[in-house]
Design a protein around this ligand. Structure first.
Ligand code: APR
Length: 388
């Protein structure tokens, strides 16, 4: 069994397969130092924590993760907080930076004798319908050669070899460009509020998400395709404070901006998630807009479903799980996509003053007002916000 990619999807899959007695190897294009320090998501849903606990992979997040159950919406009309851990199914997030989770998963995989090759790029997957498909691999010395396996798991993200190797027409790609970009910032400063902050403003969205006691993530909606370095630091802070209504709620804790990148909000879903012996999981299967922080949670869920199905097939000759894999994951993916789309539309509106823009923006205000005042709407929000 060959697994492409050592992100959350590939590493959870590798750990579970290894523990299930399945011979597997992970091929990772980047270096070990790179995957262990790449700052990305950080909000783990309750179900993700349960999956990691079930397989003995949660020790690090129990030690260093922090429970989180509140979000705060700020608008021109004032602000309100939702203690979502007391609403809906009563579940909360655990804030645990993704690079910590990846480091834990990697350490545990290596500790039990798991095999992983860093600086090793999968170039293509060939013969997915043959008895033993092959992965063309570029080794660290630049030489290419084939690796054969019974199955290949594409956990190598949206630009990986698994997606590239799908023949035209084999898989359908549903795609949505939300037409919105965020300037994502990682700041060396403590969180400015004890909640996820979502600020809705005529000038665009601004967001605040805790990472660690000393590092905080901020997002600023920005012009499409604008380079990340066009904003001077002072302008970033002024704009964040303006959109987050700091005059009413108090100033933000400023600090050194240690990472900045522009992300375009896009979503896509591949269907089916299987092409012969090649299975897709995580971002390789589906990309989700970051509004509701679902990407890493879906990746872990899909990895567990795939691991179980592969163990049944390779260990016990029962292929029913693999036959169901795509449909089972797609049901979760579409539900998460639906909620993420709802969040994306709640947080961003068109900037024009024509009738269509004002209609859309008035609908958003009505939605926010329902969320502020309606208990059933709050329960629905909480269940979907934490759920995967
Ligand atoms: N060969 C080998 N490895 C590759 C290749 C390749 N051709 N292409 C990409 N990779 C590696 C990347 O270097 C990366 O380490 O695959 C890994 C993919 O990891 P992630 O991008 O973290 O994807 P995944 O495990 O699916 O996790 C997805 O995590 O940060 C969240 O929101 C994010 O939704 C995303 C989720």
């Amino acid at each position: 069994m060959v697994i492409l990619g050592a992100g959350p999807a590939g590493l959870v899959l590798g750990n579970l397969l290894h523990r299930g007695g399945i011979d597997c190897v992970i091929l990772e294009r980047a270096s070990r130092a790179h995957v262990q320090t790449r700052a990305r998501a950080g909000f783990l849903a309750a179900n993700t924590v349960r999956i990691l606990e079930r397989h003995g992979l949660a020790e690090g997040l129990h030690r260093r993760g922090r429970a989180h159950g509140t979000c705060e919406f700020r608008t021109e009309g004032g602000g309100f907080r939702l203690d979502y851990s007391g609403l809906g199914l009563g579940e909360q997030h655990t804030v645990y930076p993704q690079q910590y989770l990846v480091t834990d998963l990697l350490t545990q995989f290596l500790d039990v004798g798991g095999r992983i090759h860093f600086d090793t790029e999968a170039v293509s997957v060939l013969g997915a319908h043959c008895a033993r498909p092959s992965v063309t691999v570029r080794a660290p010395d630049g030489r290419c050669g084939p690796w054969r396996a019974r199955y290949v798991a594409g956990c190598d993200g949206r630009h990986g070899a698994a997606r590239r190797s799908l023949p035209p027409g084999a898989v359908r790609r549903h795609h949505r460009d939300h037409g919105v970009s965020w300037l994502g910032l990682l700041v060396e400063a403590p969180p400015s509020l004890d909640a996820v902050g979502y600020a809705v403003h005529d000038r665009g969205f601004a967001g605040h998400m805790a990472r660690t006691p000393d590092v905080t993530r901020y997002y600023l909606q920005c012009e499409r395709d604008s380079p990340a370095d066009t904003w001077p630091e002072d302008r970033i802070w002024d704009e964040l404070e303006l959109r987050m209504h700091a005059a009413d709620h108090g100033p933000l804790h400023r600090g050194r901006i240690v990472q900045r990148a522009v992300v375009s909000l896009e979503s896509d879903v591949l269907e089916p998630l299987r092409h012969g012996a090649l299975f897709l999981a995580g971002d390789a299967a589906s990309v989700i807009s970051p509004s509701a922080a679902k990407g890493a949670n879906l990746a872990v869920l899909e990895a567990e479903i795939l691991a179980r199905a592969l163990i049944d097939d390779l260990g016990h000759g029962d292929g029913r799980g693999l036959a169901r894999y795509s449909a089972q994951c797609l049901a979760h993916i579409w539900r998460a996509q639906d909620f993420s789309q709802w969040m994306t539309q709640l947080l961003h509106g068109p900037s024009g003053s024509d009738g269509e823009s004002s209609f859309h923006n008035s609908l958003r205000r009505a939605r926010i007002e329902s969320l502020r005042t309606s208990r059933s709407q709050q329960d629905w929000f909480a269940e979907n916000y934490v759920g995967v």
